[in-house]
Design a protein. Structure first.
Length: 262
């Protein structure tokens, strides 16, 4: 059975056919469900939408159909955020999607975690992941749905905005382009439109020693750093070549290497 599934997936162009076959076999309730899952994968649906979860930072994150799938490169964003946490820190995951980043950070314990997204399906998914850990999820456009009680209190603002340039959407793999919401991918002409909006409002929400962390691309990194500087944040870059990940870490002037109540 396994060999047949691997052969079918490989013929459909799945690069990691063996790993995908093992995962599908492990979650299928029986042969009929396995056949259905394999057929959906061959048709191009994201593996995570088929099995209902993504592996992220060592956790299984629920991912519903139509919700942006957390990427492995985003683990760098979470790792850099985790380095900044102090006990009692207030964390906000902006454009949270499934809530993957917020969920992993909440699992550290001793922190207050909030998340927000404009997509109703993403918000519902994020609530399933985050609320059991005591986190809070809001639906709306960037800062608009947040409670006023968060103003000036956010120690770590984690941001994975859409940052694919509009003209590059058509070049994305079909499983992303066809099955993930465009609002979770399209970052405008240069990919930084949403990032600029986030940074323009950050001063009202960050705590005095707060940090804002933004995932971006290597090509956009210099421009993103300039946007941080214009917003009054001192930027530095973190990179992981293995994962193709770039994160801009912006600190409010006078902030040290950690964020949260002293």
């Amino acid at each position: 059975m396994r060999a047949d599934v691997i052969a079918t997936l490989r013929a459909a162009g799945c690069v990691f056919a063996e790993d995908e076959a093992d995962l599908l076999i492990s979650v299928a309730a029986g042969p009929d469900e396995l056949d259905e899952m394999v057929a959906r994968r061959v048709a191009g649906l994201p593996l995570e939408h088929i099995v209902g979860f993504a592996e992220f930072c060592g956790r299984r994150i629920a991912v519903d159909p139509g919700v942006f799938v957390p990427r492995r490169r985003t683990e760098l964003l979470v790792e850099e955020a985790a380095r900044l946490l102090r006990p009692g820190a207030v964390v906000l995951d902006m454009c949270c999607g499934s809530g993957a980043a917020a969920t992993v950070l909440a699992a550290h314990g001793g922190v207050e975690v909030h998340a927000a997204d404009i997509e109703p399906a993403a918000v519902a998914c994020a609530r399933r992941n985050l609320e059991p850990l005591g986190g809070h999820v809001y639906e709306g456009d960037l800062y608009e749905p947040l409670p006023d009680s968060l103003r000036g209190r956010v120690d770590v603002l984690v941001v994975n905005v859409p940052y694919v340039p509009t003209d590059a959407i058509a070049l994305m793999p079909p499983e992303a382009r066809l099955y993930e919401p465009a609002v979770a991918l399209d970052g405008g002409p240069d990919g930084l439109d949403i990032a600029r909006r986030v940074l323009s409002g950050a001063a009202d929400w960050l705590a005095p020693r707060g940090h804002l962390l933004l995932e971006t691309s290597d090509e956009q990194a210099d421009t993103a750093c300039a946007v941080f500087t214009a917003a009054g944040l001192t930027p530095q870059l973190a990179r992981c070549d293995e994962r193709g990940a770039v994160v801009v870490i912006g600190a409010r002037p006078g902030a040290d290497g950690a964020a949260g109540p002293a």
